[in-house]
Design a protein around this ligand. Structure first.
Ligand code: SF4
Ligand code: SF4
Length: 500
């Protein structure tokens, strides 16, 4: 689009208003707006910012309400501890929230963008507000920007940038409190970066990105980069509630008394738009649903004595005078997928145990033989996933106990233990060691499972090795194999008969 020198460029459907024809940034100066939607948004922004700042300081059950301890691969979420083994839950959680967002978008348009997206909350709720305090309203800012560099312009620009930097550092250090213990954060800040250079580097990088975004890039993030914004055309339809202009009522536009339409073509709705579009051109992808144009137009309608709502929340079907449908197949689909994701997450999280035991064969030599004693080597990995201390104990299987060094009766008892017949399966006791506790972690019997039999008594690495098979594996082939308990049918040590 060509704009002649001296002519003011108007928003259109062919170009992005925030980008000039030469590719440079067309810095927007949205006008101030007052109205009911503005007040509601400010309340929501204040609540969200307060939550963001307060949450790292809250504790539930003695632990942080929300903290991601990256070095220990642990997350604390409202009193529950989640470790890296629980990371798969993130998939279901994100799926649930993602489809919830889809369902809300298909019903109410870009509600998230206008009210809850961090970009909008901090840009509109903090940075633009500070800019207005220091540099004044839209007309003052535009006049000063066009004018020469004098003291008035210089001190305002410098103070504004210092304030922006201060806010950005504050935000990034609050974010840091979601990853570091709050009680360690202040001493770490006072000490200097050498003791925590990684956290320092992350904070500096993030601060630079946020400063660039909030001080200069601004609405371009929404209209160029945001992936959610690009999905809008796929998520919404004619029944979705959006911010729109009532063309039937507003057109033809013009000064009051000269045209029949209600729009007096004052341009207020365009001047307040943070993405620089003209809502009267119809639904556009750049619209973030901030409702600034609704408040601006309502205030104009009030001044000219016409009914409010020329620019309002409604669906395309509603603007056309038809009946709007709330429940549509896409709403059911998104809501259903969202409920599946969240239900699986809640179910899995609620069934999660606070204590986990993993029994692994020790690396290297799997067993040792000393006299009549065979010792199997295992690594037991105990994991306490709860936020409090837990005790664990283990008992030694009587079949696997070492023979007593003295005492005839003790040795007799030991022998009877070793030769004890396994109990029946129906009693739910261990088949191999006859302990009453059927828990696999309590049993060291070679008859417990095929795997344990193989790994605990034979040096063979053959995964198909099985003493019950007539097609036994090739044997361990070890010339030093002296396993009395070897289960292989073709073991070179010839110990087959001792086990059958
Ligand atoms: S058109 Fe209206 S609702 Fe959309 S971004 Fe602009 S001011 Fe906000
Ligand atoms: S604010 Fe209302 S009256 Fe003014 S141009 Fe926009 S739609 Fe028309």
């Amino acid at each position: 689009m060509k704009v002649q020198h001296g002519m003011r460029r108007k928003p259109d459907l062919e170009t992005l208003y925030s980008i000039n024809a030469d590719g440079s940034h067309n810095v927007l100066q949205p006008a101030d707006v007052r109205g009911k939607w503005h007040t509601r948004k400010n309340i929501v922004f204040t609540i969200l910012i307060a939550i963001y700042v307060v949450v790292p300081f809250l504790r539930v059950g003695g632990y942080p309400a929300l903290r991601f301890d990256i070095p220990n691969r642990t997350a604390y979420i409202v009193g529950h501890t989640y470790t890296r083994e629980d990371f798969y839950l993130v998939f279901f959680l994100l799926t649930g929230f993602g489809f919830t967002l889809f369902a809300v978008t298909s019903l109410l348009g870009r509600l998230w963008c206008g009210y809850a997206c961090p970009q909008t909350v901090f840009l509109e709720g903090v940075f633009r507000r500070i800019e207005r305090w220091i540099e004044g309203g839209r007309n003052d800012r535009m006049r000063r920007n066009k004018g020469p560099w004098n003291f008035d312009k210089l001190w305002r620009k410098v103070v504004k940038q210092i304030a922006f930097l201060g806010i950005v550092f504050l935000l990034t250090h609050v974010l840091l409190a979601y990853f570091l213990p709050v009680e360690e954060l202040l001493p770490a800040l006072l000490k200097g970066p050498e003791d925590h250079w990684l956290a320092f580097a992350w904070t500096m990088c993030l601060s630079a990105v946020l400063y660039f975004d909030f001080a200069w890039f601004r609405e371009q993030f929404c209209v160029i980069m945001c992936p959610y914004g690009r999905l809008q055309s796929a998520l919404i339809d004619d029944d979705t509630v959006i911010v729109g202009y009532d063309e039937k009522r507003g057109d033809p536009r013009g000064p009051k008394g000269k045209v029949t339409g209600d729009c007096i073509d004052c341009g207020s709705c365009v001047n307040v738009c943070p993405t620089g579009i003209d809502i009267r051109n119809g639904l556009q992808m750049e619209c973030i649903g901030c409702t600034n144009c609704v408040d601006a137009c309502d205030s104009i309608m009030e001044q000219v004595g016409r009914p409010k709502g020329l620019v309002r929340y409604d669906s395309l079907r509603g603007f056309a005078g038809e009946r709007r449908r709330w429940l549509r197949p896409r709403v059911f689909l998104y809501a259903g997928l969202s409920m599946i994701g969240l239900a699986v997450f809640l179910l899995t999280a609620s069934k999660r145990t606070a204590f986990e035991v993993t029994l692994l064969r020790a690396r290297g030599m799997p067993y040792t033989i000393e006299g009549e004693t065979i010792q199997n080597l295992f690594t037991i990995h105990l994991q306490n996933k709860s936020t409090h201390e837990q005790e664990s104990s283990s008992t030694r299987c009587p079949r696997r106990a070492a023979p007593p060094s003295s005492g005839r009766s003790a040795r007799r008892k030991w022998r009877s233990n070793r030769s004890a017949r396994p109990r029946s399966r129906s009693s739910r006791s261990c088949r191999g060691c006859s302990t009453a506790d059927p828990s696999p972690s309590r049993c060291a019997s070679p008859r417990r499972t095929r795997t344990s039999r193989r790994t605990s008594n034979c040096a063979s690495k053959d995964p198909d090795h099985d003493e019950t098979s007539s097609r036994a594996g090739p044997g361990c082939g070890s010339s030093s194999c002296s396993a009395r308990w070897c289960w292989r049918t073709s073991c070179s040590c010839g110990s087959r008969s001792s086990t059958r």
